[in-house]
Design a protein around this ligand. Structure first.
Ligand SMILES: [Zn+2]
Length: 91
C-alpha cells in the first residue's frame, strides 16, 4: 500500500485512512462514521485528513491537493463545512 505523501499520520492509521477514502471513491461510503479511540493517539488528525480529502475540490487519488480554496480553508481551520464537536473540558 502506497504511503500518502502529503498527509502526516501515524503508520497504523494509513490503513484506516485508505479504507475510508477507497469506500468513498467507490461510492460505498456511509453518511456518517463514528470512530471511538483512546485520546491523544492521532485520531483527530486521521479524521481531519479524511475530512480535508472529502472537502478538497481537486483531489489527487488519495491525497488532498493542499492548494484549492477548500484545502486552504481547512489548513487555516476556517472551513465553513468543518465542525469539530468536542465534549466540555477536553483539549
Ligand atoms: Zn484541495
Amino acid at each position: 500500500m502506497a504511503k500518502n505523501t502529503n498527509i502526516n499520520l501515524f503508520p497504523w492509521q494509513y490503513i484506516h485512512y485508505n479504507n475510508i477514502i477507497s469506500q468513498h471513491q467507490m461510492k460505498k461510503s456511509h453518511h456518517a462514521i463514528i470512530i471511538k479511540s483512546n485520546q491523544n493517539i492521532g485520531t483527530f488528525e486521521l479524521i481531519w485528513n479524511i475530512s480535508k480529502w472529502i472537502l478538497c475540490t481537486n483531489k489527487q487519488e488519495k491525497n488532498s491537493c493542499n492548494k484549492c480554496n477548500s484545502c486552504i480553508l481547512m489548513n487555516n481551520n476556517n472551513h465553513p463545512d468543518w465542525y469539530h464537536i468536542k465534549k466540555k473540558n477536553t483539549p
